[in-house]
Design a protein around this ligand. Sequence first.
Ligand SMILES: Cc1cc2nc3c(=O)[nH]c(=O)nc-3n(C[C@H](O)[C@H](O)[C@H](O)COP(=O)(O)OP(=O)(O)OC[C@H]3O[C@@H](n4cnc5c(N)ncnc54)[C@H](O)[C@@H]3O)c2cc1C
Length: 440
Amino acid sequence: MRETRAERSPSDEETAGGGAEEAQVIVVGAGPAGSSAAYHLARAGVDVLLLEKSRFPREKVCGDGLTPRAVHQLIRMGVDIKAPGWTRSRGMRWVAGDRQVQIDWPALGGFPDFGLTRSRHDFDDILARHAVAAGARLRTGVKVREPVTDRAGRITGVTAASEAGPVAHRAPVVIAADGASARIALAMGLQRDPGRQIATAARRYYRSPERSREEFLELWADLRFPRSDHYLPGYGWIFPMGDGRVNVGLGALPHRRHGSADLRATLDRWLARTPAEWGLREENAEGPVRSAALPLGFNRHPLYTRGLLLVGDSGGMVSPWNGEGIGQAMEAGEVAAETTALALALPPGPRRERALRHYPAEMNRRWGRYYRLGNTAADLVFSRSGFQPVLNRYVMGSPALLNTLARLLTNLTQHPSRDAIDHVLNTAVRLVPAPGPRRR
Ligand SMILES: Cc1cc2nc3c(=O)[nH]c(=O)nc-3n(C[C@H](O)[C@H](O)[C@H](O)COP(=O)(O)OP(=O)(O)OC[C@H]3O[C@@H](n4cnc5c(N)ncnc54)[C@H](O)[C@@H]3O)c2cc1C
């Protein structure tokens, strides 16, 4: 019988990572993807070992913004989002040139009508604790080095470096949730698609009591390259943290003609434009500007091969429409967990294999066409002139168009369609040819 949370102290859970362990599933990485997968597996009664190289709480470079779709995933996990520390948002404010508009999150029924912000410093810790409370075995300070495979090339575990030295952990199924570095996927021969662009994003915290309790997530679409007048192929954000700080940052694709922008210089040029009373100046900054990559639009395939499932950034799941990846990582974590729990109920062999192959098929069903359309928009529009052409005077002046665009960018549609916007967006996405299955 498995131990329960009450029988184990948190310190045991974390530091018992010295010796080799066996489990039904190993999850590598305790970010949103890994902790969600581990939580849902544990809830399904699966014995799951969650390996994380850092120790919580720890920083993660992020904008800390959660749209209603991501909030929905937190609710599905039973995370207490009414507890102190969560800051609710009412919608988005888009700024483009001399125009700005506020768009409330839609009241759809199928998703909450609010968003949230929470620093990843706390957020990832909360999710990992939640997985532990459900029964997952968390080992922090354990850096996974490489997969262990059998003669057929099927993954049977991972080797890791822990404080007690190198060790091999074993499981018939491994979930790679190790983020954009995708170490495990690469070691299993899963390269990223070289045709897909990688965005980069940078962020910094500022003390700004003036903006910290704002009700809207603010997005600026009219940023320009530091030393030219070309629009940045991306956008800037100011997200209220509710604790006297804001998370300020920008993300961009490489420009079709001008290459990658100097994000730091672009940030400085942009913030100099903001009103002094907002406080977005050097003297109010907390910590340095930090940046990281955003693997977009399913840029690594297949999402399942030889006992290994890719979840979150390791599978390139950041939305090509808006650069959002937390909710996507959590949703994919849940699908991966459901698929794996079902597969483990079957004997090893072809039947189990068929069940595991359901994971890429289901992810493709959910987002395949939507991401394909987003990748095309990123190539043809966003990587040339960012969001400026989309947020033109005509769109900014039309509530119907704005709401449609907002729901397209944040993937807030329902199936089957319940209103006219659902109908328009679902029809548009259905017209996109479905990406074919990719196996290896
Ligand atoms: C500047 C910036 C701003 C962003 N803003 C937003 C935003 O506002 N909203 C949003 O939804 N998304 C945002 N994103 C995207 C979001 O951060 C990612 O998509 C999300 O973190 C993906 O979650 P994940 O669990 O797949 O990966 P990660 O969050 O990267 O987690 C991976 C985990 O694996 C661990 N790990 C890695 N290698 C190993 C190893 N070898 N052994 C053991 N453990 C390992 C890491 O320590 C980490 O804990 C932003 C990204 C950037 C760079």
